[in-house]
Design a protein. Structure first.
Length: 119
């Protein structure tokens, strides 16, 4: 039986949404860590990427499934600025958390998934 999204720990849910967003938008790690809620342009189905490779800005298309996922996740954490806040405790208290997911935590989670799948 597949677990319900509400039964996942907040950190696991946060990483799942983060990785899905990175993959579906084709972002680099640094670009994805800098994403803000204000970078999402839902009206034109695009995401504004600041300080991309070569310190240039770019626009990437926003798939409908990604927008829906980000919207549901944002309604759960309600952080006014961060798209992927650090959910160390409960999702309901991350609305005031000012720290995004950290690079080391992302690599650690990715390494755990990789070793689980390929070992």
């Amino acid at each position: 039986m597949k677990p319900n999204a509400c039964s996942w720990r907040p950190a696991i849910l946060s990483y799942r949404v983060f990785y899905f967003t990175v993959y579906s938008l084709g972002l680099r790690l640094g670009e994805s860590l800098r994403l803000r809620v204000s970078d999402i342009d839902a009206g034109y189905w695009r995401v504004y990427i600041r300080n991309a490779k070569g310190n240039k800005n770019r626009l990437v298309p926003l798939p409908n499934v990604t927008l829906n996922l980000l919207h549901r996740f944002w309604r759960a954490h309600c952080n006014p600025a961060l798209l992927s806040p650090n959910c160390q405790g409960d999702l309901k208290v991350t609305h005031s958390d000012a720290t995004p997911l950290d690079r080391a935590g992302i690599w650690t989670a990715l390494h755990k998934v990789y070793t689980f799948l390929w070992n």
